[in-house]
Design a protein around this ligand. Structure first.
Ligand SMILES: [Zn+2]
Length: 395
């Protein structure tokens, strides 16, 4: 495994780009952001809004929301700062929702006076798709994550609202692309170019070949080309126009009544209490990249903090070492209860996904062969859990 020299992201992250100096594209993009004139970009956003702004009081944009801090920030920007009249669209998973997640989603409509459409994927389909995603790909929420980028277009077409606003451009923020632009058109092109038709067919075939019916998979199929041509959706990423910063989004969201998990659930494996907090089991999906790629949520958060200069790279390494390998007990219990797995069945399924190139199994525990941290005594690293080593070092 090769790690970025500036942050801690490994080259096992799918599609990540590294330059010759060993720096990842996310760090390079982050440096470029510091030179970006965001005032000018915000003016660009105003021009786009003016193009779609309506004076008859009808909705003039769709905002794709989850209820989280970013949803609050986007809604705040569109409604309070730009004076638009958004219709909010939320695709939810039917896992057990946290009380705070429910509060936050309600709060969005209350704090900003916006109407909200909640798109609930039906439980039987969700369960089937989640089972397939988990057992075949170690990616339980593949279906829901596709729906999050599909359903807003269905609403756009059905309600005749062309402007569709998404939050962050993940490809740019996380370094799988150097292209910094606002358009999210690739979601449409993925369904409607000639290559897209093939892809769209592949998506359908993937689920249908595994026992879902055409009736089940509506949530992941874009509207037809004719419908899209009629309304011409214009999907944009807000992160292009404003300096996208997790913690600023969080602080603004809090000002409008967003709540975090700080007082109710101290989650294992992460460093914050404000991200992905809507449902309990969702965090299982997030952790499951660890066996495949050797990093998880703590790495992602530590990388953000390093980029911002909030912590040093060395401090980040310690946090990753203590936290990344830890699957939160509550999220796991809720996932298993909902899906009907025993704990043992769960880990038996995960077992085949541990990436043998980067992990080694010692005394029944999978350990990274070449982690970020170097211990004085390699033997002790291989035989003890990382946090025990750390305590010894700190003594
Ligand atoms: Zn980096």
């Amino acid at each position: 495994m090769k790690y970025c020299k500036k942050c801690l992201i490994p080259d096992t992250r799918p599609h990540i780009i590294f330059n010759e100096e060993g720096v990842c594209q996310a760090c390079t993009n982050n440096d470029n952001k510091k030179l970006t004139d965001y005032e000018a970009r915000f003016k660009e956003l105003k021009v786009i809004c003016d193009k779609y702004r309506r004076d008859d009081g009808y909705y003039d944009c769709i905002v794709a929301v989850s209820g989280g801090k970013d949803s609050h920030y986007i809604t705040y920007t569109m409604k309070e700062r730009l004076g638009m009249n958004p219709l909010l669209v939320c695709v939810t998973d039917p896992f057990t929702h946290t009380e705070i997640g429910t509060h936050n989603l309600n709060n969005l409509t209350k704090a900003f006076g916006c109407d909200l459409i909640v798109f609930d994927i039906n439980k039987p389909t969700f369960k089937k798709a989640t089972r397939i995603g988990f057992e075949e790909l170690c990616e339980p929420l593949r279906f829901v994550e596709a729906a999050i980028y599909t359903v807003p277009f269905k609403i756009s077409v059905a309600f005749n609202i062309p402007l569709v606003v998404f939050g962050e451009n993940a490809a740019f923020e996380y370094g799988t692309s150097e292209e910094d632009n606002y358009s999210a058109k690739k979601f449409i092109e993925a369904g409607h170019s000639s290559a897209g038709e093939k892809l769209s067919k592949e998506i359908q075939d993937f689920w249908i070949n595994r026992g879902l019916s055409k009736r089940d998979i509506n949530a992941v199929i874009l509207p037809s080309k004719e419908e899209m041509d009629r309304v011409k959706p214009e999907p944009i990423f807000l992160s292009y126009f404003t300096q996208w910063d997790d913690e600023i989004n969080y602080l603004i969201a809090k000002r409008y009544g967003f709540k975090d998990l700080h007082h109710s659930w101290h989650r294992e494996g992460t460093l914050e209490s404000y991200g992905q907090i809507d449902s309990i089991a969702y965090f299982t999906h997030i952790w499951l990249k660890y066996p495949k790629f050797g990093f998880a949520r703590a790495t992602d958060i530590a990388c953000r903090w390093i980029k911002k200069g909030k912590i040093s790279r060395e401090e980040g390494i310690k946090l990753v070492m203590k936290n990344d390998h830890r699957m939160d007990q509550r999220t796991l219990e809720d996932f298993n209860k909902f899906m009907g797995y025993s704990t043992r069945e769960f880990w038996d399924i995960v077992e085949k996904f541990w990436n043998r190139e980067i992990f080694i199994k010692i005394n029944g525990i999978w350990r990274l062969k070449d982690p970020l941290w170097k211990l004085e005594n390699e033997e002790s690293y291989l035989s003890l859990p990382p946090h025990i080593n750390l305590k010894e070092k700190e003594k």
